[in-house]
Design a protein around this ligand. Structure first.
Ligand SMILES: Cc1cc2nc3c(=O)[nH]c(=O)nc-3n(C[C@H](O)[C@H](O)[C@H](O)COP(=O)(O)OP(=O)(O)OC[C@H]3O[C@@H](n4cnc5c(N)ncnc54)[C@H](O)[C@@H]3O)c2cc1C
Length: 467
């Protein structure tokens, strides 16, 4: 152990290696309900937190870890909600000789190529900080996950995060032009930003959404755009959720291109608008050049009217402004801090032809087990959309074990209902520890074999997150 510590200090300097209990516990930060419940009084399974200053230092650390076969926990902002797989059992299970947490916060450079509308940011840069730096020069990434103040560039790439304005800007994989990553045995991979570079073997895609299983992403080159001229909201009330879903589908296949297109069931709508007692709300946000957005807005408006939607006045309160202002709220997970309280958001993916069946099946599976259940349908494309289920439950008696059992029961019921109807269980928020088993069922043995072969080839010592 002493030798490993000395080797790490030789790479990054003594001031960048922390071994105090607080740093070691913070290194495993996660918003995953089960990890939160387990953590009370927990002992960190990480022996040291190491903060490299550049890619070469990351490479030297991984080379060392591969040689001595010790695990490396890659730290982003710690805002994952699915838990991290490297250190299974935060209370001491599965510990290697000297597990290392890799703190990437010093990889914080931001460089620009304004002519090509490209920006390259280090893995440790917070998304909000990147957006603010771009905004002060009249540009935007348009990448606004609700966790924009918690999540880093590396974490967003590793989980293929999606922002609230995905209709206009896409998700992390759409925004990424190239990456730099360090492989588990220490080689550095740099992909090219030149158009066409990914026509054959789109290598950077192997790392986007892989949650650190194949390598450490050290920087990402993003597409940026000039900041939009205007942003405008429009909201419609529908008699039924199915009508609102139909309107959403038809808008998605039209040319109206809203930056935001969301459907809220009655429960979800009540948080942004004193909603009708039954029915659903559809919200659209348009942004870009005013002359073009006016036409887009009219087109989507006409679709909603055709399906029987009633336009909601923008005053005295605008549902769109209300929703957007609350975009960074973290309250969806707050019940996890309460004895016996358990809460999470599941994000399932469905094609349009499956979506209503999945909605009905998941609602039937979750309703008896939860104290509140609200659905937002989001991030539509021409082929389908995400179903975001925000839920809370209460374990009785309110012990840690009962809370975790209840969580597992709810998750298993929801995942199997979704999978049974042909949906996918991780449209966003990643797989992590929480969804590993369901993910393996969803993908099947052949797909898992492909991933295992890649994993074994790149990470023979198994130092990074397990599959
Ligand atoms: C309140 C709240 C709101 C959220 N809203 C959204 C949302 O709107 N959209 C969305 O998509 N997600 C959302 N999330 C989930 C989460 O914020 C995202 O998954 C985010 O991208 C994680 O980034 P992070 O920097 O916090 O990563 P972490 O949580 O630190 O890490 C996530 C995983 O990636 C690995 N990792 C981290 N950095 C790297 C790297 N450089 N290279 C390789 N692997 C790495 C970690 O080991 C871990 O397995 C939300 C979470 C919270 C708590």
């Amino acid at each position: 152990m002493k030798e490993t510590l000395a080797a790490l200090i030789a790479i990054v300097g003594a001031e960048n290696v922390r071994t105090d209990e607080e740093s070691r516990l913070r290194a495993l930060a996660s918003w995953n309900p089960v990890q939160i419940k387990r953590r009370g009084g927990g002992v960190s399974s990480v022996a040291a937190v190491v903060a490299p200053s550049d890619t070469e230092e990351v490479a030297a650390i991984l080379r060392l870890a591969s040689q001595i076969r010790t695990r490396v926990h890659i730290m982003g902002g710690g805002s994952n909600v699915t838990g991290n797989g490297t250190h299974r059992g935060d209370n001491g299970g599965d510990i290697d000789a000297f597990p290392i947490a890799l703190d990437l916060s010093r990889l914080n450079s931001v460089t620009w190529d304004e002519e090509s509308l490209l920006v390259t940011a280090g893995a440790g840069v917070l998304l909000a900080s990147l957006e603010e730096q771009l905004g002060s020069h009249g540009y935007t990434l348009g990448h606004l996950p609700r966790s924009v103040r918690l999540a880093t560039v590396g974490g967003s790439a590793a989980t293929n995060a999606i922002g609230l304005l995905s209709g206009r800007y896409g998700r992390q994989s759409d925004l990424t032009v190239s990456i730099e990553a360090v492989l588990p045995e220490g080689e550095i991979l740099r992909t090219s930003s030149a158009p066409g570079a990914n026509a054959a073997f789109d290598l950077h895609s192997l790392f986007i959404g892989a949650e650190g299983r194949f390598g450490v992403i050290t920087s990402v080159t993003f597409r940026m755009q000039p900041a939009p001229e205007v942003r405008a909201w429009v909201a419609f009330a529908f008699d039924s959720l199915n009508d609102a879903i139909d309107a959403m589908r038809l808008i998605s296949r039209s040319d109206s291109d809203p930056a935001v297109l969301r459907v809220f069931d009655t429960e979800a709508a009540s948080t942004i608008y004193p909603a009708p007692e039954r029915g659903a709300l559809l919200l659209m946000g348009f942004e870009g050049e005013e002359i073009r957005q006016a036409g887009n807005y009219q087109l989507a408006y006409a679709v909603c009217q055709q399906i029987g939607g009633m336009s909601i006045p923008e005053s005295p309160t605008s549902p769109g402004d209300e929703w957007f202002e609350r975009r960074e709220e973290t309250s969806a997970w707050s019940a996890n801090g309460r004895p016996g309280g358990i809460a999470d958001v599941f994000a399932f993916g469905a094609t349009w032809s499956q979506l209503k069946h999945i909605e009905a099946a998941v609602r039937a599976a979750m309703s008896p087990l939860t104290t509140s259940l609200a659905l937002e349908i989001a991030h539509p494309t021409t082929e389908g959309a995400a179903l975001e289920w925000r839920w809370e439950a209460q374990a009785e008696p309110p012990t840690t074990t009962d809370s975790i059992d209840l969580y597992n029961r709810i998750a298993e019921s929801a995942y199997s209902a979704c999978l049974h109807e042909g949906g996918i269980i991780a449209h966003h928020f990643g797989i992590g520890e929480a969804r590993r088993n369901a993910f393996a069922v969803e993908r099947g043995t052949t797909a898992m074999k492909v991933l295992q072969v890649i994993k074994a080839g790149l990470d023979p010592a198994g130092i990074l997150n397990p599959l």
